[in-house]
Design a protein around this ligand. Structure first.
Ligand SMILES: CC(=O)N[C@H](C=O)[C@@H](O)[C@H](O)[C@H](O)CO
Ligand SMILES: CC(=O)C(=O)O
Length: 304
């Protein structure tokens, strides 16, 4: 999550000073957004500065400011605030990890570096271990997102023996559709790692395989429906759980055809919550007015 004010199309008529301002992060909406997520979506666990929050497009300073604001505004309201601290530069990732621990984050997470990439498990673990060791008092999660990092090291392999290397290792945010790899993680899970699934349109399948929970962008605006899906699944009402999963699927398959990414997610979050999420940062461009109109109509038409 990363707040701002206006869409990029409307930048044209603004003064240079105003333009500069809306390209900056807008911390002032975070408090409101915490209340919205808790009250309207039933979401009490937050993953900050990840994909949706464009964490990798922010400066270290901005990432620290956002982390502080979420931890502060989430106090006594949120259960967990996990800060994503992954970066290409190991010193930067370490600095962010240390900072997250110092401000009282509940946990940290890290992706694999994706310019110079680890080519095997050992180098990836060595990198993550240095990051995690800067925050020895809080859990560390590996953020597996091969469609974006290009790092395809299987999680099953990564988890084998990782606790000895990284004592704070607690789990994985698994944002990939390789459900065989995910199933192997569940099956071999002697350490009771938390296995969070991150492809929202496939969550029900991952639950059937044994996911512990989920982290995803759509829970910003379909959180309530997803919670009802989790409830139905827990009660073994598969037919009802499917109806909720099909609802997320109906919306996503519609917007995928229009072109859907983080910029469009922000637009959807804005019209759903009424809180301005601001434009994305280059190289992303704001969603078009046409997209917003169509996505909004689709969202309003969703029935379970
Ligand atoms: C690539 C990406 O952004 N993945 C997100 C989580 O990691 C998901 O929440 C997706 O946005 C969502 O499943 C829609 O495809
Ligand atoms: C969607 C998600 O989990 C992220 O923004 O990283």
């Amino acid at each position: 999550f990363c707040g701002g004010q206006l869409t990029q199309e409307s930048l044209g008529w603004l003064s240079e000073e105003k333009k500069k301002k809306i390209r900056e992060i807008n911390l002032s909406v975070i408090g409101q957004y915490v209340d919205y997520l808790v009250k309207e979506q039933g979401v009490k666990n937050i993953f900050v500065n990840g994909t949706t929050g464009e964490g990798l497009s922010l400066s270290t300073q901005e990432r620290k400011q956002l982390a502080e604001e979420w931890v502060t505004k989430g106090k006594n309201k949120l259960d967990h605030v996990i800060i994503h601290v992954g970066a290409l530069s190991l010193p930067e990732a370490k600095e962010l990890a240390k900072h997250a621990a110092a401000i009282g984050a509940s946990g940290i997470a890290g992706i694999a570096p994706f310019f110079f990439k680890p080519t095997n498990k050992d180098t990836l673990v060595a990198f993550l271990r240095e990051v995690a060791s800067e925050a020895p008092g809080i859990p560390f999660y590996y953020y597996h997102i091969p469609p974006l990092t290009g790092v395809k090291i299987r999680v099953e392999e990564l988890l084998d023996g990782i606790k000895e290397q990284i004592p704070t290792f607690q789990g994985v945010k698994f944002s990939d559709t390789d459900l065989l790899d995910f199933a192997q993680c569940v099956k071999n899970n002697k350490e009771q790692f938390v296995l969070l699934y991150g492809v929202d349109e496939h969550l029900l399948s991952a639950l059937a395989i044994g996911a512990s929970g989920a982290v995803g962008s759509t829970y910003n605006y379909l959180g309530k429906k997803n919670n009802l899906m989790l409830e139905a699944f827990a009660k073994q009402d598969l037919a009802l759980a499917q109806r909720y999963q099909f609802c997320t699927g109906e919306f996503l398959s519609f917007v995928f055809k229009l072109g859907f990414g983080v910029a469009q997610t922000k637009a959807v979050m804005t019209f759903t919550s009424g809180i301005p999420m601001g434009p994305p940062r280059l190289p992303l461009l704001s969603a078009s007015v046409d997209f917003i109109e169509k996505a909004k109509a689709k969202m309003e038409s969703l029935i379970v």
